[in-house]
Each structure stands twice: as C-alpha cells, then as structure tokens.
Design a protein. Sequence first.
Length: 119
Amino acid sequence: MNRKEILAKRARTGRRAARVRARILGTLERPRLSVFRSHRHISAQLIDDTLGRTLVSASDMKMTATAKPMERAASVGRDIAEAAKQAGITSAIFDRGPYLFHGRVKAVAEAAREAGLVF
C-alpha cells in the first residue's frame, strides 16, 4: 500500500465510525460501551460523552498469550461487565465503532450481556 491508499483507508474508517457514533450518546446513567480491536488485542471502555470521561475500561493486555482471540474477547466482555457492576452501572449503549458486529466484537458484546450488562 502506498501512502495515498493508507490515507484513503483511514478516512473510510473514520467515516464509518462517525456514522455509527452520530446516533449514539453515552450518559452517566447509560454510558457508551466502545470497543477497540487491533490485530493482536481488544479493549473496551464505558464512556460518558456528556463529561467526555472514561468511566471503566478493560483490556486483554494482561492475559496470557496462549488464549485464543475469541476467548480473549469474551474475557474482556466479562471484565468490563464486572467493572461496570462495581461502578454501579447496569446498562450501556453498544458502540461497535468502524467494525462489523461479527467475530471478536460480537464476542465482547455477548459476554458482557451474559455477565449482566444490559444493552
């Protein structure tokens, strides 16, 4: 890929994320559950958009490298739900960002739902 293609791809990704986030607003009672996925890791955070502050976050950075990617994503979903319970948060709005609701992103969402987070 040359520089022009890389910049075009980043612009498309930014437009996709903006299109999704245009309809979502996280509040203190119902924060936005934002998922970030890279090639190696996945992380999630609960964000209050009215204050512009991250309330709770979870990542797979501290996990062992032997776990499979889907297991790591499910673990992040469970961790974010547990941290949300401790912070007194029971419901959230799911923000998939520029990613499809498929694979690891879906695994985070399903594990968070199973652990008690409502969205």
